[in-house]
Write a protein that binds this ligand. Structure first.
Ligand code: URA
Length: 223
């Protein structure tokens, strides 16, 4: 099912000037004028130094934050969500080094890659359905490029639903829930509430809840 559902026909990374979503393209163009020193482009998948063959876990976020990944060019780097995510990855042995919220901080992923369901920063952090569907043409080959992939962790319901669809599954049969663990397209799919500041400030997601998801994944990968 996995091979049939996933097409490697498209490249896994969009062009720097990807025109497929006009609203996102225009939004980035406006930020290139305002902040020419920022990355301001589709944010590429963050890979471990050992290469794609070493990746057993793929983490799928929502989309780059305006002053986070859109500014720095590395997923979850430069805004609050990354502090919790990378701190947890280091604690669970899925990253090494120190996270200093800069793409040149030397932090390295271990057996893990990080991408986003939508690669371009959306206005107000909200991609629309057509953008999520269009950008799935990059998510599918991103999943397919990891020959030894065993697990995917989705952060939030939008990333979860787009990943289920990318794997050829039905969202109604594989609904999002925090702490979920389901099989889809030959992959074990874990899901968590997104580690956004909003979710942690409102108590939707506590650090303990987030860490517990990663403990389960780390145990699964070692098993
Ligand atoms: N930064 C990202 O790269 N993705 C998110 O989902 C949030 C922040």
């Amino acid at each position: 099912m996995r091979a049939a559902a996933l097409s490697a026909a498209s490249p896994p990374e969009p062009d720097r000037d990807c025109p497929l979503c006009p609203r996102l393209h225009d939004f980035i163009a406006s930020w290139r004028e305002r902040e020419p020193g920022w990355f301001n482009a589709p944010v590429p998948t963050f890979l471990p130094p050992e290469g794609e063959g070493s990746v057993k876990l793929l983490i799928v976020g929502l989309a780059p934050g305006l002053r986070g990944a859109n500014r720095t060019g590395r997923p979850f780097t430069g805004d609050y969500a990354g502090d919790l995510l990378y701190g947890t990855l280091i604690a669970q042995g899925l990253a090494r080094g120190e996270f200093k919220a800069r793409p040149d901080d030397g932090l390295e992923l271990v057996g893990t890659a990080i991408t986003n369901a939508v690669r371009c920063v959306p206005p107000e952090n909200k991609p629309v359905g057509a953008e999520i569907a269009t950008c799935r043409s990059f998510l599918k080959p991103t999943i397919a490029r990891f020959a030894n992939l065993r697990a995917i962790l989705t952060l939030g319901s939008i990333a979860h639903q787009s990943t289920v669809r990318a794997l050829g599954g039905r969202v109604a049969a594989l609904p999002f829930r925090h702490g979920g663990r389901q099989e889809a397209g030959g992959i074990t799919l874990f899901s968590s509430y997104h580690c956004s500041r909003y979710n942690t400030n409102t108590g939707v997601l506590t650090e303990e809840m987030f860490v517990n998801v990663f403990k389960e994944i780390a145990a699964f990968l070692q098993g």
